[in-house]
Design a binder for this molecule. Structure first.
Ligand code: FMN
Length: 264
């Protein structure tokens, strides 16, 4: 049996769900392991022992999440010659979302064997423009995504993986429509997380869920200016006290593809 290690980052569960589903389709050939990159793991040793690596992440403004960007640079040296696939999730558009990490992996010498982008439910709960849906309302989206994953898996198993979003056109569209503007203001946006003290009941859920420990509990939750935009806290807060990009409390919070948010 060959070994596949999937390194994933998932704010609200979409990417984890698709990663798990894809691996279930590849398990006839691969012994699969999923590693959440926000938790400690010996990435270099795992890459060394693997026949196929998968990087999986959501896009934020057509860009990969900061933890995934940092992770790939940390483990880059181990990627030389390694067969590598990319799984990227989005709400509806990123242009070259999958290629962002794919290009970096290739620079480190990874051999790209496939990349796919999956449309998933929206998790940007505090932006009125993009309504959040849960439960039966998202089943159609998930079904489409699973069908796409079936095809992606078939192609990977046949050694005919496509590299979605790697064309110069997709690159230009991804960059000029979103990434350029998103990354320009990224540093400032990292300190935009707001917690409404009047609503907050100091339960500590936001601090516990944060993948980068950006929220400290000091007589109530205190953001530290290092948010990575995963939107867990915005979607989890029982009092809807947390906002990030938008300024209104979420009308509906996203519960994730399995209805349980980011929890394993
Ligand atoms: C800060 C932020 C920015 C986002 N930007 C985009 C985007 O540019 N294009 C898009 O289609 N979806 C965008 N989304 C939606 C997510 O990429 C999508 O819901 C993803 O599947 C969430 O994955 P997760 O549940 O694994 O975190 C954005 C979400 C967040 C929180």
């Amino acid at each position: 049996m060959k070994i596949l290690t999937a390194f994933y980052f998932s704010g609200t569960g979409n990417t984890r769900y698709m990663t798990r589903y894809l691996l279930s389709r590849l398990s006839s050939r691969y012994l699969c392991e999923m590693c959440d990159i926000s938790k400690p793991c010996d990435a270099a040793a795992k890459i060394e022992a693997s026949d196929l690596i998968l990087f999986a992440f959501p896009v934020y403004g057509s860009a990969p999440p900061i933890p995934m960007r940092n992770f790939i640079h940390r483990c880059g040296k181990s990627l030389g010659g390694k067969q590598t696939a990319i799984l990227c999730t989005q709400y509806f558009f990123s242009g070259d979302g999958a290629a962002t990490i794919g290009r970096t992996a290739a620079k480190y010498g990874a051999k790209l064997v496939g990349a796919e982008i999956f449309n998933m439910p929206n998790n940007l709960a505090d932006c009125k423009m993009f309504p959040v849906k849960n439960g039966a309302q998202i089943e159609k989206t998930l079904k489409r995504a699973r069908r796409r994953a079936d095809k992606f898996a078939e192609r990977l198993l046949a050694g005919k993986g496509r590299l979605r979003g790697f064309s110069p056109l997709a690159h230009g569209v991804g960059y000029f429509s979103q990434r350029k503007y998103w990354q320009r203001g990224e540093a400032e946006k990292r300190s935009r997380l707001k917690i409404d003290a009047a609503r907050c009941v100091k339960c500590g859920l936001c601090a516990k869920a944060c993948p980068v420990k950006n929220i400290l509990m000091e007589n109530g939750p205190k953001p530290q200016g290092a948010c990575v935009f995963c939107y867990r806290c915005v979607n989890l807060c029982p009092k809807k006290a947390v906002t990030l990009i938008g300024s209104e409390p979420p009308a509906v919070q996203y519960r994730g593809p399995e209805g349980r948010g980011h929890t394993p």
